[in-house]
Ligand binder design. Structure first.
Ligand SMILES: [Fe+2]
Ligand SMILES: [Fe+2]
Length: 212
């Protein structure tokens, strides 16, 4: 760790058990793997994203590389994951769930959380672009990062505890195979994201992600 690491940053790094600002690489998907395992891996990466956001919220020194990694996740990885769930997993689970699973309320809640999170992430993109260029987060940005990390962690808990175990139980082999083909195909296309995100991705690509 650098000599300028604050006590709070050190504490956070210890708490999450990672090197400060470290993030697992995005999942590399193949069309042949199990989609539920692929989603479990995505959720692991999102937990890393939450940790990154908390570190950026607490930083007292510019963290451009960390801001770029967060931007890449918010503008590229997360929208694709939301689509995987909303267009692929949720409808298949709806079709296969049994009444005793009482799943409908959970699916409605998760889809609503995606909507809210997407709007909150979009609002944060301009500030993250500034941080990727070396600015410190303003106090409202720190609050937004902490808030987003906390709400995304709650979302992941519900998905890992309810959604994925039920998917393992209810989806047929054919469901899983088709879902994985869709997930894989989605990764071969340019992300369907806002203009601000497209610009941010172009910017971080031009700065060579992870180079600084
Ligand atoms: Fe998810
Ligand atoms: Fe989700």
């Amino acid at each position: 760790m650098s000599k300028t690491t604050t006590k709070q940053e050190s504490y956070l790094a210890q708490e999450i058990g990672t090197i400060r600002g470290a993030r697992a690489a995005p999942a590399y998907l193949s069309a042949a793997e199990c989609p539920i395992e692929a989603m479990t891996e995505e959720h692991f990466n999102q937990r890393q994203l939450c940790a990154d956001m908390e570190i950026l919220a607490a930083t007292r020194q510019p963290r451009p590389e960390l801001a770029r990694r967060i931007l890449a996740n918010l503008c590229r990885d997360l929208p694709a994951h939301f689509e995987d769930e909303e267009q692929g997993l949720f409808p298949r689970l709806r079709a296969r769930a049994r009444p005793e699973d009482e799943l409908e309320k959970t699916l409605i809640r998760l889809a609503r959380e995606h909507e809210v999170a997407a709007a909150e992430f979009a609002a944060l993109v301009p500030a993250l672009v500034c941080m990727a260029d070396g600015s410190l987060p303003a106090s409202e940005d720190r609050h937004a990062l902490d808030h987003l990390a906390a709400s995304n962690r709650r979302h992941l808990i519900v998905e890992n505890a309810i959604l994925l175990p039920l998917a393992r139980l209810r989806l047929t082999d054919q469901d899983k195979a088709t879902l994985m083909v869709e997930i894989f195909a989605r990764r071969q296309q340019p992300p369907k994201v806002s203009t601000a995100c497209t610009r941010a991705l172009a910017r971080i690509n031009s700065l060579q992600l992870g180079a600084s």
